[in-house]
Design a protein around this ligand. Sequence first.
Ligand SMILES: Cc1ncc(COP(=O)(O)O)c(C=O)c1O
Length: 299
Amino acid sequence: MDLTPGTESDVILTLQRTYELKKDPRNKPLAQFELMPNYRFHRYVTGNSAIEAVKGIGNGRIACFTSAPGSAGTLAAGDQIKAVFPEAKIAALEPYECSTLANGGLGQHRIEGIGDKMCTLIHNVLTTDFVTLIKDDDCVRGLKLLQDGTDVLVSAGISPEVAESLKNLFGVSGICNILGAIKMARHLRLGPDDNVVTIATDGFDRYPSVLEDLGKRNLELENYVLARWLKDIFQAEDEKYIYDFRRGDRKEQLFKQKEKDWLPFGYKKEYLDEMRSMDFWDAEYDLCKKYDEKISQSR
Ligand SMILES: Cc1ncc(COP(=O)(O)O)c(C=O)c1O
């Protein structure tokens, strides 16, 4: 076990450590932030699963996909969603406390698995339409509400079966994804037939200690507090911190962030420049067919 210091947003330190370890040829880094199989997997499996999942729901299409990148692998599902539903908007979510994509912010935050102070190599910024910031404690409080606030949800009009079914499903980053989905649905003025897809990135089983910590930080966690959180977090009509990244200058900002993050690790500018064309990403996706054939042949 080789522990690097810091918090959730210091994954970049593990990357630097991995680069040291990689110098020994016996070590093989899986390198989720930079190796394209992560992109291919999520575009193929997660993307096509999302497309399958909305069949028969609402208008059967996807209007928006939200995902908070750690590696930005999951975000690649958006590329497939856009290929099938060109009108779909893709929103990358970041902690408000570590808004690296939005404006180069580099802070500490409480959302496990995301907001790692970089634009990852495998992040296709061409298809990122919006970058939306979510406050970290809203995610932790939101998790507390779904986990322990069933009565509060029922009092607010949610059916007991649905309220009960929301327990144990989510981790903190999953709540972030949901809050981003709600925020984007409002911002895009979506209607009841429009589908927003997001991903429940984790189950609750890894997070009881996060709620214990919340208990220590908040002396009152009675139902009236949870009821206020329901209003302030899930029902807030808040369109703050949604940045439109469809403009060329915004794309350029992300390309530059990627250069800043990856040239130091030995990647060439020419390789990063290839990523400025959708052909690069589509060619990656097309490799799935080739690998599938190889796998079938080897069976
Ligand atoms: C709990 C959790 N949430 C979100 C993510 C982000 O997913 P991705 O790396 O596909 O962007 C991760 C990634 O490891 C994670 O562990």
